[in-house]
Design a protein. Structure first.
Length: 140
């Protein structure tokens, strides 16, 4: 069932991007957010990591030439590194972790291209549609 849900979520993200001409933070991001709706702290933590990576990208962009694959790779490493660093410090209670390792980098990429409003609204719409599909499949 999990594979079918991810496939439907990707399909919804592609359809939305084709119709609205905005990306909802990557193809898999909305379905993973929908799967984690019962864990709002996890979503909030992931968004916190996204904001931190976005800010660090702006800072690093002053000193390094970052674009394309290199920028995406830096985003993945920064997101993973920040999550591991926060986890190692014990600032968060056990069990709280970010959603995937690629999801923050995908969101940051779209935030850089489209801005916060367009990406946030698109992510919210497609996540809501994915959640409706999860309800229909009986997962939520």
């Amino acid at each position: 069932m999990y594979t079918e849900i991810v496939a439907v979520g990707i399909l919804l993200a592609v359809l939305y991007a084709e119709i609205a001409h905005y990306s909802p933070g990557g193809l898999v991001t909305p379905v993973y957010f929908a799967l984690c709706l019962a864990q709002p702290v996890r979503i909030a933590y992931t968004l916190l990591i996204v904001l931190a990576v976005y800010g660090l990208d702006k800072l690093l962009g002053r000193f390094l030439i970052l674009y394309g694959r290199r920028l995406f790779a830096v985003n993945v490493v920064l997101g993973l590194g920040l999550s591991l660093l926060i986890g190692a410090t014990g600032l968060l209670p056990g069990g709280i972790r970010m959603i995937g390792y690629i999801v923050p980098a995908l969101l940051v990429r779209d935030l850089q291209k489209q801005g916060f409003a367009k990406t946030g609204v698109s992510l919210g719409i497609v996540t809501g549609l994915c959640a409706l599909c999860l309800l229909w499949f009986g997962v939520l």
